[in-house]
Design a protein around this ligand. Structure first.
Ligand code: IPE
Ligand code: IPE
Ligand code: MG
Length: 271
């Protein structure tokens, strides 16, 4: 499938990717795992470009998990220096192409050399509106939900919040990654069929796409294929297929404002 065959109308607004398989890519070639990570960062460059060209509004990449800190020190160090290199080398392209760069995760754990390039780029690109590129760094879905719960617990302890007022919407408002929106499409490369602590909250209704391709081999074409597969799915958000059809045609007739408020949120997702 080529870029031009992608159906523009039903493009996922937010694509998230678990970029997995760098180590195996290298091991298959009797290279050091770190070489796989090097090639993996070239794949990041390719995919950011392809997503930007397609008009995807948000691309969220799982680059380093909270649990990845437990890997051998030398591998962690190399991943951090590749991250720094990526941010330095892509800075111009990110700014020139209207891309807003954000990071989610426990950024306080990142080495200062990374923060020195990450923070200014996040600042300088903050007003860009063509695509938001979010890097999940030192990120853990459970950790992030626990942070949000702690936030609410503090407000309760301070007498500012009634525990009865805690709703999914309120908890969600404290979950940092939700600020970048819920992924419509979540891709995992490398063949594993798991979420590995990525966007646990935001991925509740994401369409999942798994591919055996190892991340360093992932090309623009693989992104198009994933999007093509996404476009053939029916997102129901707990409704019946018949309800979804009614909502969709109402929306096409521009009558979605007549739908009850609660359902309107679903229409956004159903599109
Ligand atoms: C993904 O590739 C990169 C990170 C997790 C940082 P891996 O390094 O996990 O590669 P495999 O899964 O061992 O092949
Ligand atoms: C998930 O990959 C994290 C990233 C891609 C950054 P892992 O390689 O860490 O996940 P597991 O260990 O296979 O679950
Ligand atoms: Mg892995």
């Amino acid at each position: 499938m080529s870029e031009t065959l992608i159906e523009a109308k039903n493009l996922p607004r937010h694509v998230a990717i678990i970029m997995d398989g760098n180590g195996r890519w290298a091991e298959q070639r009797a290279l050091a795992r770190t070489e796989g990570h090097r090639r993996g960062s070239d794949a990041v460059r390719r995919v950011v470009r392809a997503a930007r060209r397609l008009g995807v509004e948000a691309l969220t990449l799982f680059a380093f998990s909270e649990q990845n800190w437990a890997r051998p020190r030398i591998e962690v160090q190399l991943l951090m220096s590749l991250l720094r290199e990526f941010l330095v080398s892509e800075r111009g392209e990110i700014l020139d192409n209207g891309i807003r760069l954000r990071a989610i995760g426990d950024l306080a754990r990142l080495p200062p050399e990374v923060r020195m390039v990450l923070d200014p780029l996040a600042n300088d690109s903050a007003e860009n509106g063509d695509m938001t590129l979010t890097l999940a760094l030192s990120y853990g879905g459970r950790e992030e939900i626990a942070d949000a719960a702690r936030d609410l617990a503090r407000a309760v302890a301070a007498g500012q919040l009634d525990p009865e007022a805690i709703t999914p919407e309120l908890l969600q408002s404290r979950i940092a990654s939700v600020a970048v929106g819920e992924p419509d499409l979540l891709i995992r490369t490398g063949g594993e069929l798991r979420i590995s602590n990525f966007l646990l909250w935001g991925a509740a209704y994401s369409e999942l796409h798994f591919t055996k391709k190892l991340w360093p081999d992932f090309e623009a074409e693989d992104l198009y294929q994933a999007i093509g597969a996404y476009q053939s799915r029916e997102r129901r958000f707990g409704l019946t297929g018949a309800q979804v059809k009614v909502l969709r045609s109402a929306q096409n007739d521009n009558e979605s404002s007549m739908a009850p408020r609660a359902v309107q949120g679903l229409v956004q997702g159903v599109r």
